[in-house]
Design a protein around this ligand. Structure first.
Ligand code: T3D
Length: 263
């Protein structure tokens, strides 16, 4: 059985581990399919209210596996556009559309598609020794897996262009300072911190988190009016929820709220 993706099911959240440490978790088609399946399985489990994505060993993900599958064969060069569309981009779309929050714990280098996957998660934290690299230019490719979308939005156009065109490696601390990730922590604190975060999200108001994920997913592509309308509709639904009732009761009762199960 393929063990390139490991899944740990905790009571309220799943941990998904990219598991090809000898290749710094470089991805191939089978691994990308397994990753999508693991994410969909988390979304389909009503007890699962958040996901933690990380890598095994010293790397997070070194992007597409470079080997025979991306080299020309008897029928000429492979169609990398189809590979991206059917596999890498399916991961990005799945991460973004997942109705529960995804925390990314970047434990080491995130290169090429690996950097795109980290940026597509809802909250990314990184070990101080981790790094991010738009590796594409180094091998004559262009940014994919969402990198050309997320990078300018997260770090700004000037930095995005230099990162993409030069393929320069960025430290976790620099990535944090530039807004590419939420925060950097000491290496040994990465997993405890990531697990604390994912547990906090899993204990949060699920329906409100799903709605706010959608609001934030579309925000930078919307004008103010469209976004205000979405906020109105989202708030209308949240205001009718038992979680809101519980949140206010807890506030007034000076206690911590206990939010309900996923709808
Ligand atoms: O259709 C499409 O969309 C195509 C998809 C494109 C998306 C992409 O992701 S394109 C970008 C592909 N990735 C890369 O170009 C990165 C290649 N890797 C590196 O540049 C370096 O490995 C790193 C900078 C990431 C890390 O360097 P370092 O010195 O820490 O480690 P290393 O020694 O280079 O790698 C350790 C091992 O992992 C090594 O194997 P070995 O020699 O010990 O047997 C290395 O070959 C292997 N490895 C690392 N990255 C890949 C890989 N093997 C296959 N594919 C890789 N991407």
């Amino acid at each position: 059985m393929d063990d390139s993706i490991l899944i740990e099911c905790h009571a309220t959240w799943h941990k998904i581990v990219l598991n090809r440490p000898d290749k710094l978790n470089a991805v191939n088609e089978a691994m990308l399919n397994a990753l999508v399946a693991a994410l969909e399985s988390a979304a389909g489990d009503p007890a699962c209210r958040a996901v933690l994505l990380t890598g095994a060993g010293r790397g997070f993900c070194a992007g597409q596996e470079l080997g025979p599958s991306v080299l020309p064969g008897p029928n000429g060069p492979p169609d990398l556009g189809s590979l991206a569309h059917n596999h890498h981009h399916k991961v990005v779309r799945t991460l973004r559309a997942l109705p529960i929050p995804v925390v990314c714990a970047v434990n080491g280098v995130a290169a090429g598609a690996g950097a795109g996957f980290a940026m597509a998660c809802d909250i990314a934290i990184a070990a101080r020794s981790a790094s991010f690299m738009q590796a594409f230019v180094r091998i004559g490719l262009v940014p994919d897996s969402g990198s050309s979308y997320y990078l300018p939005r997260l770090v700004g156009d000037a930095r995005a262009r230099a990162l993409a065109m030069l393929g320069t490696s960025v430290t976790a601390e620099q990535a944090e300072a530039w807004g590419m990730i939420w925060r950097t922590v000491d290496d040994e604190a990465l997993m405890p911190e990531a697990e604390k975060l994912v547990a906090q999200l899993a204990a949060g108001p699920s329906a409100a988190l799903t709605t706010m994920k959608h609001l934030l997913n579309v925000s930078l592509d919307n004008g103010l009016e469209a976004q205000l309308d979405l906020e109105r509709d989202g708030q209308a639904a949240a205001g009718r929820s038992a979680d809101f009732e519980e949140g206010v009761a807890a506030f007034l009762g000076k206690r911590r709220p206990t939010f309900g199960k996923r709808a």
